[in-house]
Design a protein around this ligand. Structure first.
Ligand code: GLY
Length: 323
């Protein structure tokens, strides 16, 4: 199946300068003019609502940074999304702890990790970027900073998430779940009308993790990396595996060296599968876009998908996979 996907992609996309695995048909449906300034939003998994929100910002000529912040806020506020923000599954102690980071077109970045009781960690991360000389705030300090800046304390543990924790406690086995309900972490990259790129990444992290565990999502270069001269990349799946390979930075650096986004995502997944012998036991996926708007997406296991918005249309696309 993966080979068939590659073949179709290569055959059709060769002429478009776009490399996106099995998504050749969709690339035709969402035509890309080849202009660097074609506004585009991509995000991990199938959160079309988040993409639509981001698209609204871009449509009005807004900044990509605003688009990605507002876009991922939708997932953060959705109680049915049990991998991000409000409604996220708690850690093994029953606490919902959130990680997020954001990066703009000039390399500024902000991040929060192990943050509790704040519904929109992405907006706290943006404030860290814009109002402090730092990049990352953690735990109590991040919470204090959020409260000082007008964020409200809220209980993020929904009844549904509490129930899943009660269920988990019966066995208390920590086992990463592959493609958990198809929405894991949301990572989003956008290009605005002005051709500038920004990215955001936000998650409640691995379900039932050890209290205090931080994944890849708030780590610039792991869960997210943007370089306006090259492109941007985001990661989803098992954070530990992504951190070990500085995944998103690796994808962007491979694009800098001339690889297409698809080739770069495939090489980053290959790096993981060649160095981490237990790779069949977990999922990692990368999603990338270069500054010309070409897109790549690749995962270890089948089942990874991403949302693409371009030209006012929104679609969920299947990604190719190593296995
Ligand atoms: N990729 C999200 C996490 O592992 O926390």
């Amino acid at each position: 199946m993966a080979n068939r996907r590659k073949f179709i992609a290569q055959a059709i996309l060769g002429g478009l300068g776009v490399s996106i695995g099995r998504q050749a048909k969709a690339a035709v449906q969402l035509p890309f003019s080849g202009k660097a300034s074609e506004p585009t939003v991509i995000s991990t998994w199938n959160n079309i609502k988040s993409n639509k929100k981001a698209w609204k910002v871009l449509k009005k000529g807004g900044r990509a940074l605003d688009a990605v912040e507002r876009g991922v806020q939708v997932a953060e506020g959705d109680p049915d999304d049990m991998s991000v923000g409000y409604g996220g599954r708690p850690d093994r102690d029953g606490k919902v702890t959130l990680d997020a980071c954001i990066m703009d077109e000039v390399g500024n970045c902000g991040s929060v990790c192990f943050l509790q009781d704040i519904k929109h960690p992405i907006s706290v991360a943006r404030l860290v970027m814009e109002k402090t000389p730092h990049v990352m705030l953690a735990g109590e300090g991040a919470l204090q900073f959020a409260l000082e800046n007008g964020f409200q304390r809220e209980n993020l543990l929904t009844e549904k998430a509490a129930k899943s924790w009660e269920e988990w406690k019966k066995e208390s086995q920590y086992q990463p779940v592959i493609n958990i309900e198809n929405h894991d972490t949301i990572g989003m990259i956008a290009i605005g009308e002005d051709g500038n790129l920004s990215g955001a990444c936000t998650t409640s992290g691995a379900a039932f993790k050890v209290h205090g565990r931080v994944g890849d999502s708030p780590i610039v270069g792991a869960g997210l990396f943007v370089d306006n001269e090259v492109g941007g990349a985001v990661a989803t799946g098992l954070g530990e595996a992504v951190i070990k390979t500085a995944g998103s930075f690796l994808v962007v650096e491979l694009m800098r060296q001339g690889r297409s986004p698809q080739e770069a995502c495939e090489e980053a997944i290959r790096r993981i599968t060649s160095k981490q012998k237990n790779y069949k036991e977990f999922q990692v996926a990368f999603l990338a876009m270069n500054r010309e708007g070409a897109i790549g997406a690749h995962a270890i296991h089948e089942g990874f998908m991403y949302a693409l918005s371009r030209g006012g249309e929104h679609q969920v696309m299947d990604a190719s996979s190593f296995l």
